[in-house]
Write a protein that binds this ligand. Structure first.
Ligand code: IGP
Length: 259
């Protein structure tokens, strides 16, 4: 089974366990009481706009292994916010990425920046969790969902007021995302089969997005040169994780990536 396939199978089990501990109706009541939403979509740059950074809190990944196992999520988020990051992405997957919903809650309390729950969403339950923990947006990965499933989760995001960052890996994914009404599309430069990164993926796909859709280049962006290269292809929103976590001064790198 592929890496993604294994993660998705694990997610289904995890969600079933959490649902037993906290049924949908109770979680929905918590989501209703969640604090006001922060505008994630509005925080992103429109086509041709200034470069904006979605800065990620990530302790580990299946491809990199441990990045910084003891990373203090709210402290790192504060560094990002002070440097002017447009939004913050918080990994909430435990086994693969060392994250948790507790990280999301802690970051929510630490900054006023819009927040993305970065996880593998396979069930609307996870969207309720995201909203209850203070996320303003959720990641939906086209390769992880059927077209019907994607549409249902997009509808549910709309009902909950969550923005959806819809992740694509190629032209076919992008077609599905657009057909389903995605308003924010992230092009992941990481090939899910080989786990290698190629910035040319964003260079190829982002120019295909129609006006009115906000595009995000994701993964493998490390240096101001990478940012400038993507910028030339029209990438204005950059999602950056590992390089920021490894940086001696994450705030300085956020600013440098904005050019
Ligand atoms: O750490 P990087 O290479 O800067 O990448 C960040 C982000 O794009 C990556 O974490 C990511 C993109 N899509 C995902 C889906 C699930 C988990 C993680 C991801």
């Amino acid at each position: 089974m592929s890496v993604l396939g294994q993660i998705l199978a694990r997610k289904v089990t995890e969600v079933a366990e959490r649902r037993r501990a906290l049924p949908d109706a109770e979680l929905a009541a918590r989501a209703k009481d969640a604090p006001a939403l922060r505008g994630f979509e509005a925080a992103l740059s429109p086509p041709g706009g200034p470069t904006r950074i979605i800065a990620e809190v990530k302790r580990a990944s299946p491809s990199a292994g441990a990045i910084d196992a003891t990373l203090d999520a709210p402290a790192q988020a504060r560094r990002y916010a002070e440097a002017g990051a447009a939004a913050i992405s918080v990994l909430t997957d435990g086994p693969g990425f060392g994250g948790s919903l507790d990280d999301l809650r802690a970051v929510r309390a630490a900054v006023e920046t819009p927040l993305l729950r970065k996880d593998f969403v396979v069930d609307a339950y996870q969207l309720l969790e995201a909203r209850a923990a203070g996320a303003d947006a959720a990641l939906l990965i086209v390769a992880a969902l059927s077209e019907d499933g994607l549409r249902r989760l997009l509808d549910r995001c709309g009902e909950l007021g969550l923005a959806a960052l819809v992740e694509v890996h190629d032209e076919l994914d992008a077609d599905v995302a657009l057909r389903s009404g995605a308003r924010i599309i992230g092009v992941n430069n990481r090939n899910l089969k080989t786990m290698t990164v190629n910035l040319a993926t964003s260079e190829r796909i982002l120019p295909l997005l129609p006006e009115g859709v906000k595009g995000v280049a994701e993964s493998g962006i490390r240096t101001p040169d990478d940012a400038r290269r993507l910028r030339r292809a029209g990438a204005v929103n950059l999602l950056v994780g590992e390089a920021l976590v490894r940086a001696a001064d994450p705030g300085a790198l956020v600013r440098e990536l904005c050019g």
